[in-house]
Design a protein around this ligand. Sequence first.
Ligand code: IYR
Length: 328
Amino acid sequence: MNTHELMTRNAEEVVTAAEGEALAEDPDGKRAYVGYEPSGVLHLGHLLTANKLIDLQEAGFDIVVLLADVHAYLNGKGTFEEIRETAKQMRAQFLAYGLDETDTEFVYGSSYQLEDDYVLDLHTLEVETTLNRAQRAMAEIQSDETPTVSHVVYPLMQALDIEYLDIDLAVGGLDQRKVHMLARDELPSLGYDVRPALHTPILGDLSTGEGKMSSSEGVTISMEDDREAIEEKVNDAYCPPERDPEGDTVNPVLELFQYHVFPRFDRVVVDRPAEYGGDLEYEDFEALADDLESGELHPADAKTALAEYLDRLIEPGRERLATFRSGE
Ligand code: IYR
């Protein structure tokens, strides 16, 4: 796979595609980042963008993970002390998941977002940006129903992060798209360059295949889950034989194979008793999806394999979490 393919595989879009192509020509020393509001336990939502960071790391980018403590505070996620503590746990879980420690820079938002220059630039952006635009940017990020002033400050800070962390490529789920567009439109008014953004898809809910998988509503798999819990959740997942079911639903089992399993394993083996045809082996997602669609691969066997591979991905982070909880 060439650099551009590695950079864009499983991504929904790069804004702009041409800027992305230019970056892929020479990624060495270029900085790509994702910001996360700290939460003590990583779940599949976090890990989707983490997979992209691992791809980018392999493609030669330097990786920056922003532990967005101030953003979490602005978004009503707890007291500042609580947020700082969970950020530490989050860092350990990311490393256990497979980000390379020597090549990944972890930055706390509060380490630079409270400094004079940043705050003054923030106020300039507040003057330049309409309330309406800032609120629209937050539509898919805001955690509380009622918007507060902090919710309109939030996206302006996220835009500034791109400049202050000296980022060449901003990465995030599609839910971050409007913030990145705001950044593209507004950073030049401060004399800063526009930088490209890469967006990963939002996966469908595990049990219904509708809407989006999230930890706040519905079911996700997190580093808190043991093997048994993972098996249970995957067993209950919606898995029609079709790759693309009718209407707005997706096949979440296939999505998990595509976005979580195949990017991290060279091949997937589905164990099957000899009487049912013996083991199946897949080197790419398409082959597995074709077999599910044709009936060669039974949904129950696909689920057993999915649970097994997700468990392997989660195990190291689960152990780190347990160490934290035992107070080490
Ligand atoms: N808005 C993100 C968190 C976040 C991301 C970036 I990239 C920042 O620079 C700051 C915050 C979220 O929804 O989790």
